[in-house]
Design a protein around this ligand. Structure first.
Ligand SMILES: Cc1cc2nc3c(=O)[nH]c(=O)nc-3n(C[C@H](O)[C@H](O)[C@H](O)COP(=O)(O)O)c2cc1C
Length: 202
């Protein structure tokens, strides 16, 4: 049985968000294919996530003990480490991820939980055999150069997840959502169908 962490990062709710229309369809199809798996939904806007305080930073970088699992600041890092699969739903905002998702990863990136410093002065990810999908919609198009250089949301997620040791990462992007000549409903329906297929093998 796998544990799936479904991380939702958007101020716009279900029914409004195009990204969530895609990602919710993916999750529903996944649940049908894997009814015994546990899916934990983390809607970051409902979590009241705040920027790290100085005390939070101490907790994140201090040595971990048997009691650390119960520390409220470390909750997101342990929950992340204990999951097997990640579904990250985040639209492109200002060439990157929504700020709340960055705040969330500031909690997840904790020594002794998702990564560690090595004796040689380097860093090592602590997560193994995990997989992730980033589901994203974008107003414009960033799939080809030179615009692909401007896209730093998916790039950031890939580098950060790789830093934790998560290397099996896929991206499902639906672009040109804000172009007047895009038939948004039709493009989303096509995306939903493709994702329903992808969910069977996730
Ligand atoms: C705050 C904000 C910033 C955005 N920045 C970009 C951007 O840099 N590039 C882009 O192509 N679209 C940008 N968009 C458009 C969204 O990526 C696009 O409309 C997307 O489909 C929104 O997804 P949603 O319906 O799930 O919210 C931005 C939208 C918002 C609200």
């Amino acid at each position: 049985m796998s544990k799936v962490l479904y991380i939702k990062a958007n101020a716009k709710p279900e029914g409004i968000s195009r990204t969530f229309k895609l990602s919710d369809s993916f999750i529903e199809a996944y649940k049908s294919s894997y009814p015994n798996d546990e899916v934990i939904t983390l809607d970051l806007y409902k979590e009241n996530i705040k920027p790290l305080t100085e005390d939070d930073i101490s907790a994140i970088y201090s040595p971990k003990t048997d009691q650390s699992r119960n520390h409220p600041v470390l909750r997101y890092a342990y929950e992340f480490a204990e999951a097997d699969k990640y579904v990250i739903a985040a639209p492109l905002w200002n060439l990157s991820i929504p700020g709340i998702l960055k705040l969330y990863f500031d909690y997840v990136t904790a020594t002794g939980i998702t990564f560690n410093y090595t004796s040689g002065g380097g860093v090592a990810g602590l997560l193994e055999n995990k997989k992730a999908i980033h589901i994203v919609t974008r107003g414009g198009e960033y799939s080809e150069p030179p615009m692909s250089e401007y896209e730093m949301g998916d790039k950031y997620l890939r580098v950060l997840l790789g830093f934790y040791g998560v290397n099996d990462i896929s991206t499902f992007a639906v672009e040109n959502m804000d172009r007047s000549d895009t038939n948004v409903e039709a493009v989303l329906e096509k995306g939903v169908k493709e994702l329903q297929e992808k969910a069977k093998d996730f």
